[in-house]
Write a protein that binds this ligand. Structure first.
Ligand code: PHE
Length: 342
């Protein structure tokens, strides 16, 4: 048994010389010290020894185990160190190599235009306010002077959740929300998403963007509305752009006007974009209907106001010469990444 022990130790020494990697080392360890290992076999055969022989043999075996464990551990450390070094060498990076140019993202044309329009109006002292897209019938229609059964409701094919809750069909409910919570002077704009049950085509989408503008103060007149929108058009498209106001109708404004701009494509000469007229329609506007002021708790004998609503997709399409609205929503990066703010 004594010799056997010696032999195991010698064998381990020899075999350790040949070990190259940690998995080979582990199998060697199991071969000697594992459950079925050679040292364990010797321990098992201790039963054959006499009671007097056992303690001395036990000590020898323990000593041999310690000794071999130490050798194995020492080798494990060496192998780990060399494996780590090999790994580091294999993963060496040349930090001086040039990197591929990072792909640059870009803003969506509708976002670009919203930022631009917001900039123009905040420059004139307007404040940006927000409103919910899931809106109450009360704000979207009732306070905008569009009671139930009013024909104007048909013009805006509405997505309803139930009798009272809907997806807002325009940004005008933010007018009502603002007037019911603030006192004049009010000077706000509200860009945001609106929804109408329209079929998708070159000029329609069930989701699009509008921007609402609202001014309420003492002595606000139609001249203020015209001046503000004229300044807006010139800031956005250039000083040679003129505005034209045509009588129109909205239940929430009285009087109401559609606003045309000099065609930005041909500068008034007449082209395909303006269908030869030299003008393009971009805005709905008017003086806030005194009835709306009153419903929102504002004294219409003391205050007056104007409001306007403009479609952001329309502005973006004119700005970038886009002829089909669908291009704005299809997410084709080859198209979108060509359009940048200037
Ligand atoms: N809310 C109107 C629309 O969606 C636009 C508008 C806003 C008109 C404000 C007048 C005043 O068509």
């Amino acid at each position: 048994m004594h010799d056997q022990l010696q032999q195991i130790q010698n064998e381990l020494k020899d075999q350790l010389q040949q070990i190259q990697d940690s998995s080979a080392l582990e199998s060697l360890r199991l071969k000697v010290l594992g459950k079925k290992g050679s040292l364990t076999q010797i321990l098992r055969s201790m039963g054959q020894l006499s009671a007097e022989e056992r303690p001395a043999m036990g000590q020898l075996i323990n000593k041999a185990r310690e000794d071999m464990t130490a050798r194995l551990d020492e080798m494990a450390q060496k192998i780990q160190a060399s494996e780590k070094e090999a790994k580091l060498r294999a993963e060496k990076l040349d930090v001086t190599l040039p990197t591929p140019a990072p792909r640059q993202g870009c803003q969506h044309p509708v976002s670009l235009v919203i930022d631009e329009v917001v900039n123009v109006f905040t420059g004139m002292g307007f404040e940006v306010v927000d409103g919910p897209e899931v809106e109450l019938d009360h704000f979207n229609f009732e306070l905008m002077n569009i009671p139930k059964n009013h024909p104007a409701r048909d013009a805006q094919d509405t997505f309803y959740f139930d009798d009272n809750v809907l997806l807002r069909t325009h940004t005008s409910p933010v007018q009502a929300r603002t007037m019911t919570t603030r006192k004049p002077p009010i000077r706000v704009i509200c860009p945001g998403r609106v929804y109408r049950a329209d079929e998708v085509d070159a000029t329609h989408s069930p989701v699009f963007h509008q921007m609402e503008g609202l001014v309420v103060d003492e002595d606000v007149t139609m001249a203020d509305l015209k001046g503000t929108l004229d300044a807006f058009a010139k800031r956005l498209y250039g000083d040679d752009i003129r505005t034209r106001f045509r009588p129109s109708f909205f239940p929430f404004t009285e009087p109401s006007a559609e606003v045309d701009l000099t065609c930005v494509a041909c500068h008034g000469k007449g082209c395909r974009v303006c269908k030869g007229t030299g003008w393009i329609e971009v805005l709905g506007s008017g003086m806030v209907n005194p009835k709306v002021l009153e419903m929102c708790g504002i004294d219409s004998t003391k205050y007056s106001g104007f409001a306007f609503g403009v479609g952001m997709e329309r502005i973006a399409m004119l700005r970038y010469g886009i002829t089909d609205m669908r291009m704005l929503y299809e997410g084709d990066l080859r198209f979108l990444s060509q359009l940048r703010a200037d």
